[in-house]
Design a protein. Structure first.
Length: 135
């Protein structure tokens, strides 16, 4: 009897997760940060981020399972794109910050946060560029 109840509970949660996935994909442009999603969800009678967190264990895990990427991964790709476009100015953090402030770009600390160091950010960006050139 207990196994039957556990199996039914598991099927219920699986169906609920599938429904939440469908809703998130349908409204993917709003499924970004909790605040934006919650505003959209409340205005459109959709489940709030709390429901996603309950079923997926965290907001980032929900995004990973549903969209295939987390906010950090998305931001890393955006920073790579910026770095590629402005790679000639990615020498030192001081020179980058001067250039970034003049051109309204993220400061070096943003790269450090998302890549763990300035050196690693540059390495990732230049490796990405090298791979693009080879293909």
């Amino acid at each position: 009897r207990l196994n039957y109840i556990q199996a039914e509970k598991k099927r219920y949660y699986q169906r609920e997760k599938e429904l939440l996935k469908e809703l998130a994909i349908k409204h993917a442009d709003k499924f970004t940060v909790r605040r934006i999603w919650d505003q959209w969800a409340i205005a459109n009678d959709l489940p709030t981020s709390d429901k996603y967190i309950y079923l997926f264990e965290s907001w980032e895990q929900a995004k990973k399972d549903i969209l295939g990427y987390t906010s950090k991964e998305c931001m890393q790709q955006q920073l790579i794109n910026i770095g590629v476009q402005h790679h000639t100015h990615m020498t030192t953090t001081k020179k980058w910050n001067t250039y970034a402030e003049e051109h309204d770009l993220p400061l070096a600390h943003k790269f450090v946060y998302h890549f763990d160091s300035w050196k690693e950010a540059k390495k990732t960006i230049f490796t990405y560029m090298d791979n693009k050139e080879r293909n």
